[in-house]
Design a protein around this ligand. Sequence first.
Ligand code: PLP
Length: 258
Amino acid sequence: MRTSKPNTLTIAGSDSGGGAGIQADLKTFRARGTHGLTAITAVTSQNTRGVSAVHTLPLAHVRSQLDAVFDDFPIAAVKTGMLGSAAMTRLVAAEMRRRKPAWLVVDPVMLATSGARLLDEDALDALIGRLIPLADVLTPNLPEAETLLGRPLGRDIDAAGADLLALGAQGVLLKGGHAKGREIVDRYYDAGGVIEIRHPRLPFEGHGSGCTLASAVAAELAKGKSPHAAVRIAVAWLDKAFQRAWRPGGGAAHVLGH
Ligand code: PLP
């Protein structure tokens, strides 16, 4: 019997350790019932201890991957992750502007948990000026939100949420994992206001959790869920993946049980 699933595309970097990036995205797409397509922007040499090298792919080859997938597949949703450079960010923004996917989830990846830089500092202008205004859902963590706003978030988190929304995405999922406390509070902002999603904190950092969450949101949007529903389902599913996490290598990083 033939079955069909919506196609979802990730434009992101490869993690040789299999925990984050393209590898996390594909596992998530499969787990959430979509067919995953990839356009790889960069290849990292990485394990549970950290990132030892980054090779950014030639722009022409990223463009040809996009041509290959868009020319053949109906694509229900796109997710962007590690973009590496300003030129790559401009290319991806121009391609998204031209191709107008039904849903675009932008994960503004900047640093790995290990501290490795995954986006050049001079790429911030292109991210803010060109890509984020095209996003349906932007998924910053707290440090990324501070970088995007160019200021500390301060006590009034909803004012920060409003300022992030003013960057031009239709919705902003501000992930609370980097705050302190037993509970994680994620907040989703859109024109209708804010919803809070509270969930328990586990005593370790899940490597690739940002990639996994953004891909799960994209998959749910691809299946026809509203942004609110997609965000709630994705956060609840990420919690389960955290509960099944384990350490596959010698370092501290846990991979999630997708
Ligand atoms: N490596 C790649 C290729 C990524 O795209 C990302 C995250 O977006 C990471 C590493 C960072 O993963 P983490 O911060 O969860 O360790």
